[in-house]
Design a protein around this ligand. Structure first.
Ligand code: SF4
Length: 307
């Protein structure tokens, strides 16, 4: 996979010169000290001079390249129905999906639905979710969540954003994860990776998740929102890291105005790649592909159950 990640140099990117060219580097390109120091709009960002149509085309090209790179992108939390995904997403705050997946089999065996969760013993629930961190606050949220679902929604997770965000511990990010993956309703999930990459791609200038969501929504058809969210997060975790983006081994370098923010030498950049793209880790790919099929089956099964 690392080979296919190599930037296709020579392609004209966004009319701003080739990646790493003097033009790009010398004009306050995003991530350069000039751009960072002046607060100038990122190349391609709203207000940068790139037309909306050009930005839209570039954004969709990036999405296609990410789809080629990550055909196995999927929600990494395990779930079998909207309730499980809602609870798992609440638990995923400040921890990894892997940690959440370790404790949810026991959690859902003990509390399979909202009614059981509402009646959970506080100490017992705390003990089960402790590995996910902030377990006291999360326990309070889960108890309140279960009670609210029982009291207001007859124990059923609602399939509307405006209802979901009224639930304890549920913000727009969680609501969009649940809508997109458990209900099949398009949603853009803005987490820390998505926000960072959306800014680097020049899709937004904002740090505000709601604004990021609406800026990005303008660029894509709703049917693309959910998978786009997964792909961008996958790319953020594997390639476009917060501190050391692997620009020289990035599949979307040709369309990214922030190329050059990180390591551009292909060999050095390849060493920064993570998970299945990391040299020597190719075996992980088989597991991811298997998980993708399972995630798709779960998603379809979950959506079939939605009234
Ligand atoms: S790794 Fe570099 S080129 Fe790739 S998306 Fe991130 S900033 Fe852009």
């Amino acid at each position: 996979m690392a080979t296919s990640s190599t930037p296709r140099r020579g392609t004209v990117r966004n009319g701003a010169g080739a990646p790493g060219s003097p033009t790009t580097a010398g004009t306050g390109a995003p991530g350069s000290p000039t751009a960072a120091g002046t607060g100038a709009p990122e190349a391609g960002a709203p207000g940068s001079g790139e037309s909306t149509l050009a930005r839209k085309r570039r954004a969709r090209r990036i999405n296609r390249a990410l789809a080629e790179q990550y055909p196995y992108a999927h929600a990494e939390l395990d779930f079998r129905n909207p309730f499980e995904l809602l609870v798992a997403t609440v638990l995923s705050a400040q921890t990894t999906d892997v940690t959440v997946n370790l404790i949810t089999p026991l959690l859902f065996a003990r509390y399979p639905d909202a009614r059981a969760m509402a009646e959970a013993d506080t100490a017992e629930l705390e003990a089960i979710i402790k590995p996910t961190g902030f377990f006291r606050a999360k326990t309070k949220n889960l108890l309140a969540l279960g009670n609210r679902l029982v009291d207001e929604f007859d124990g059923v997770v609602p399939g509307r954003l405006e209802d979901l965000v009224t639930l304890p511990g549920v913000g727009r990010k969680t609501a969009n994860v649940v809508l997109g993956n458990a209900f099949g309703i398009p949603g853009i999930t803005v987490d820390t990776h998505f926000g960072r990459l959306a800014r680097r791609f020049g899709w937004t200038e904002s740090d505000d998740p709601v604004r990021i969501e609406s800026d990005v929504a303008e660029l894509f058809e709703p049917r693309d929102w959910t998978m786009l969210s997964h792909r961008v997060v996958f790319h953020g975790r594997r390639v476009c890291h917060s501190r050391k983006p692997a620009c020289g081994a990035c599949a979307v370098a040709n369309w990214c105005p922030s190329f050059g923010l990180g390591e551009t030498d292909p060999a050095k950049a390849a060493k920064l790649l993570k998970y299945e793209l990391a040299p020597g880790n190719e075996a992980l790919l088989g597991r991811l592909l298997a998980e993708t099929h399972r995630a798709a089956e779960i998603r379809m099964e979950s959506q079939r159950r939605v009234p």
